[in-house]
Design a protein around this ligand. Structure first.
Ligand code: PEP
Length: 250
């Protein structure tokens, strides 16, 4: 989208131990060598790696992010991590409402919205995920689902600075399947339109990422689609060559 700096974001999910930090160094090295200064890069890491990753990325153009946060700042929530803790560990961004959180942890739009607000309370950018299931796609309700998720998951105080939207068709995540370019274009245009209805003119500058089986081989086609302002990359963000290959597609 004209006037929008694209963002290529990685999501390591529940992958990565100390050994994986070498991959992170390679990714950072690729961006440091001026791979593409026009593109912003982010890696959302397991909470256990975040502070070490943030140290490694200290002088790098690649930013570090979390994959989820609790809505509260602190308290009796065993096993949870707050947005403030992620910020303290060196994160600049946090993913909220990833479909794996919505499915595995029963996260509703209300919960996702509260998490986005928690991210802002802590000074993080929220990467808010939406996307239809296979059944919803087959049933022809994709655009309605996206409307409902944008309405419910995106706070009215979202801006192009504090929020990024990620369109991730659930059936395309980790499956090797991707929607057609026309379907991606339709979904992104619809999301842009719903954001404009909700947020006004600033929606024109909000980044809308595509996520779901993005690889170096399909990145240029996906990233060239109207209203696609970057990618959220799962599996292919674990290998430096793949992640850098996707970023190079710009
Ligand atoms: C994701 O987890 O956000 C994702 C898009 O995964 P993958 O790239 O592996 O489909």
């Amino acid at each position: 989208t004209p006037g929008i700096r694209p963002l290529v974001a990685g999501n390591w999910k529940m992958n990565g131990t100390s050994n994986s930090l070498n991959e992170l160094r390679s990714i950072s090295g690729g961006f440091m060598s001026g791979l593409d200064a026009e593109t912003e890069a982010l890696l959302c890491l397991p909470a256990t790696l975040l502070s070490r990753a943030a140290e490694i990325l200290h002088r790098s153009p690649v930013k570090a992010g979390g994959q989820d946060c609790h809505a509260k700042e602190s308290g009796a929530h065993t096993g949870d991590v707050s947005a403030e803790m992620l910020k303290d560990a060196g994160a600049s961004h946090v993913i909220v409402g990833h479909s794996e959180r919505r499915t595995d942890h029963g996260e509703t739009d209300d919960i996702v919205r509260a998490k986005a607000e928690a991210a802002w309370r802590a000074g993080l950018v929220a990467v808010i995920c939406v996307g239809e299931t296979h059944a919803e796609r087959e049933g022809g309700t994709t655009l309605q689902v996206l409307s409902r998720q944008i309405e419910g998951s995106v706070p009215t105080t979202a801006t192009p600075v504090n929020a990024v939207i990620a369109y991730e068709p659930v059936w395309a995540i980790g499956t090797g399947l991707t929607p057609t370019a026309a379907d991606v274009a339709e979904a992104h245009a619809h999301i842009r339109e719903r954001l404009a209805a909700k947020l006004g003119a600033s929606a024109a500058k909000m980044r809308i990422l595509y996520g779901g089986s993005v690889k170096p081989s399909n990145a240029s086609e996906l990233l060239a689609i109207a209203n696609v302002d970057g990618a959220l990359v799962g599996g292919a963000s674990l290998k430096a060559a793949d992640f850098l290959g996707i970023a190079e597609a710009y």
